[in-house]
Design a protein around this ligand. Structure first.
Ligand code: XMP
Length: 537
């Protein structure tokens, strides 16, 4: 399969570049800029994209383009810092003293005057295509190019950057000062597509069907006739991973679903039915809710709750594995962003805000060999594969749900009674959002990025350990409060609170107070992330 290598120079947008290329059905991988030649060339790329980055090419230990990249003779597209590194390496000039340019900018294509150049017609046409659909772009740079390297021509200018895009049409090297990968650059994905398909000549072959075919072959080769264990949590990733492995090896797979008692309404049954009825795969369901609730008794500190759920899950899962004769392989739903995050260069290690963990995650001290069929897939691709494998839509497109489950939404002590109250209230919110067509996930995926939509990326109810006075049917009540949390976001790193219609909020509030025993007040959380986080704990 044709592939593209993306070199990460420390950009916060590097993963986005990869997602855009994948959306064009082209397989690509992200590598740190200084990854070894063998590693990068192992995927046999047909072109390179160089990401932006926070550095300046004149800094002493600034990241640079390794020589072997040029020696391949393959096309290169440099974005922002990538363009500057390209310029610096090929003898042009980068001005480090220029004013920082940040935000929306208008560019003007300069390509029309270029057709008389001696470049092969195909590439001057490609340069045309490259700039064709763009006028408004997103800039975020301090340095800029002041002198083109030999062989390059200007392809676009902006008010602030006379060299907003450049190209050497003979060598097929291109640079853009702006960020085509972000949704603030309308049609930016087309520039990436033209580079990949027209200039690198890559065929779009990365489809759910080809992903499945390739994964099945890989899994069969890895596990042979051994038995494989999967921990299914109810989330999209662990379900799709298990489904892929089942497709590859059928009944050699044993899936275990640990019901923690901390799931959303009907979630357990949905998972069991998806496995039994859609995949025709056996699922061992273990009801461990008593153990979880007793371990959580009296605990109110958020991090301690998270730790308890994570550890308990591992111990229960270990017990199951022993009972099943300790299979050699374990399916893990690791997805590509997890892999990339752990090897990204030059980015400050984020301060720990919460200890995220995935229920179904690997117990570190267990002796399993891992099967990770989603290791190179983005979330959107995981969902597309899940659909192609026949998993039900409700499972594949469900909104994210944190590993520690409803514990982190049940503030204060986590008791069976309070979790059940929370679950009922949450189900009402989800029901009303769903009826109003505002339960996003599909619509919050990157393909519609940039379009204003009311649809929520994540919505849930939080139960507060706060009681207030109310009056119902002339009776005084003194009960708990629930908060509605609904956000829109592209990547869950930042989020805004959803501007839900007041009528809808009114319906949800009235239904919760009327239908759920123990809640007499509903509030709406109108805090963005940052400064708040999406979950309350
Ligand atoms: P926060 O609350 O940090 O959440 O803004 C960002 C996203 O991550 C989800 N989340 C988790 N996911 N394990 C997970 O797999 C966890 O421990 C966890 N905690 C939060 C959260 O639901 C939101 O989508």
């Amino acid at each position: 399969m044709d592939t593209i290598a993306i070199l990460d120079f420390g950009s916060q947008y590097a993963q986005l570049i990869a997602r855009r290329v994948r959306e064009a059905q082209v397989y690509c991988e992200l590598f740190p800029w200084d990854a070894p030649q063998e590693t990068i060339l192992a995927i046999q790329p047909k072109g390179f994209i160089l990401s932006g980055g926070p550095r300046s090419v004149y800094e002493d230990d600034a990241p640079f383009i390794q020589e072997f990249i040029f020696k391949t003779g393959l096309p290169i597209l440099g974005i922002c810092y990538g363009m500057q590194a390209l310029t610096h390496a090929l003898g042009g000039k980068v001005d480090s003293s220029a004013q920082r340019e940040y935000g929306q900018a208008q560019i003007q294509s300069l390509v029309s005057g270029l057709d008389t150049l001696a470049a092969p017609a195909r590439y001057s046409t490609s340069a045309h295509l490259l700039m064709f659909s763009l006028s408004s772009v997103w800039m975020s740079h301090g340095d800029r190019i002041t002198e083109l390297p030999k062989g390059f021509v200007a392809l676009a200018k902006s008010g602030n950057s006379p060299l907003a895009a450049m190209g050497d049409l003979q060598r097929k090297y291109f640079g853009v000062q702006f960020h085509p990968e972000v949704h603030h650059t309308p049609n930016g994905e087309k520039l990436l597509q033209h580079f990949v398909m027209d200039i690198c000549g890559v065929k779009p072959e990365w489809t759910p069907a080809s992903i499945i075919e390739e994964s099945v072959a890989r899994i069969q080769k890895q596990v042979g006739d051994q038995r494989v264990l999967a921990a299914v949590s109810g989330g999209v990733d662990s379900s799709v991973a298990a489904a892929l492995v089942h497709k590859a090896i059928g009944d050699q797979l044993v899936s275990v679903f640990v019901d923690t008692g901390l799931l959303r309404k009907n979630e357990g049954e949905q998972v069991a039915s998806a496995f039994r009825n859609h995949l025709h795969s056996e699922l061992i369901a273990v009801d461990a809710s008593d153990e979880f609730f007793s371990a959580l008794q009296g605990v109110t500190e958020p991090e301690q709750k998270r730790r308890i759920v994570g550890e308990k899950f591992i111990r229960i899962f270990e017990g199951q594995a022993r009972q099943l004769g300790q299979p050699k392989f374990l399916v893990q739903g690791t997805i590509y962003p997890d892999v990339v995050e752990s090897s990204a260069p030059d980015r400050d290690k984020a301060q720990k805000i919460k200890s995220h963990h995935n229920v179904g995650g690997l117990p570190e001290d267990m002796q399993f060999e891992l099967v990770e069929p989603l290791r190179y897939l983005f979330k959107d691709e995981v969902r597309a594969v899940g659909e192609a494998l026949g998993l039900p839509e409700a499972l594949v497109w469900r909104q994210p749900f944190p590993g520690p489950g409803l514990t982190v939404r049940c503030l204060g002590e986590v008791t069976r009674e309070r979790v059940s109250r929370l679950r009922e209230a949450d189900a009402i919110l989800i029901d009303e959002l769903s009826k109003a067509g505002l339960l996003g996930s599909r619509s919050s995926s990157s393909s519609t990025a940039g379009q204003q939509s009311l649809s929520t990326s994540q919505a849930f109810v939080v139960l507060l350990p706060v009681r207030s006075v109310g009056v119902m049917g002339d009776q005084r009540t003194y009960q708990e409060a629930a908060a509605i949390r609904a956000v829109t976001t592209e990547d869950f790193m930042t989020a805004d609170w959803a501007r839900l219609p007041h009528d809808l909020l009114a319906r949800v509030s009235s239904r919760i107070v009327n239908e759920v025993e123990g809640i007499n007040r509903v509030v709406y959380d109108i805090t963005s992330k940052p400064p708040a986080t999406i979950e309350w704990e």
